[in-house]
Design a protein around this ligand. Sequence first.
Ligand SMILES: Cc1ncc(C[n+]2csc(CCOP(=O)(O)OP(=O)(O)O)c2C)c(N)n1
Ligand SMILES: [Mg+2]
Length: 347
Amino acid sequence: MGTMNIETAEGRLEALRRMCTIREFDDTASELFADGEIPGFVHLYIGEEAVAVGACSALEDDDYITSTHRGHGHCIAKGLDPERMMAELLGKRDGYCKGKGGSMHIADVDAGMLGANGIVGAGPPLATGAALGIDQRGEDRVALAFFGDGAVAQGQVHEALNLAATWSLPAVFVIENNQFGEGTPVEEQHHLDNLSETAEAYDIPGITVDGMDVTAVNEAVAEARTRARNGDGPTLVEAVTYRYRGHFEGDPQPYRDEEDVEEWRERDPIETFFQRLRDRGEITEEEFEAMRSEVETTVEEAVEYARDAPEPEPEDAYEDMFADPAPEIAQFAERLRADGGERGGDR
Ligand SMILES: Cc1ncc(C[n+]2csc(CCOP(=O)(O)OP(=O)(O)O)c2C)c(N)n1
Ligand SMILES: [Mg+2]
């Protein structure tokens, strides 16, 4: 819950604002990528906003999350700063990982965001580990892992579920079923119709919810959190959603038609939540317009901040990489520091 308790009108507006911020941030990232301003790969969260915001609105501020290669939405939902996120996307020194990680490696341990992750299925074991730490220290927190339909059959995900269940750890597992793993439709990846049925193998609760509905995701995760905090172990929540953009920016998407995207857009998570709040008299069309233009300004300012931020220095390459670097690495880093990287590849 923290600052986004959607049981209150104020919290619901904050949830709407965060969903709008994710949409605007990723629309902007799409443009910057097309213009060549973002190096590497970007995977956008557009269409899936209700999952990250629904889940994070059920958490307390000091709970942990783990993320995926499609992590911008998780970061914004967890309250990370769009300026430092954008700086990271642009490879700048003021980014969350000093510009050395990029989109797929944004992390902020202080905010409980244990990292985006380029390895499909790598988040759940981190969440199980974080939950074990919580348990050992006797803290009042949970660890929640977001992972895709494409990760559900990964071996390490099952190891993570099994240990969390066996040790009744305070963990929550959230499958983002966005209908595809790269270009493979979910029904060609799995024999199960509802991926939450995977929970049966570990004798833990599994529930499938509408991932286009922020309230439905919030309720399922809130219940899972309560269960985790009561010492009753993990829950597997499947949120059924859709990604509007390709797998990565530049994906030619031969595996689907534009009409499929249009069909899902009719249940757009931001639009439907806005309409619900408007019908309850909690926000007017004008107020929503104003909210959207504030969000636009926030993201524009993030882009300005990122553009103005300095590049990392070559000799920073080995900083913050190893707790205890091997002697060869330490020597090489020292040489880089001494000559500013001028020596290039003589190793
Ligand atoms: C262990 C591993 N295998 C394969 C890949 C390549 N890969 C990157 S994203 C992806 C698809 C992931 O699909 P899903 O988990 O459904 O997440 P989505 O992209 O739909 O959000 C694959 C196969 C990888 N990064 N890591
Ligand atoms: Mg997927």
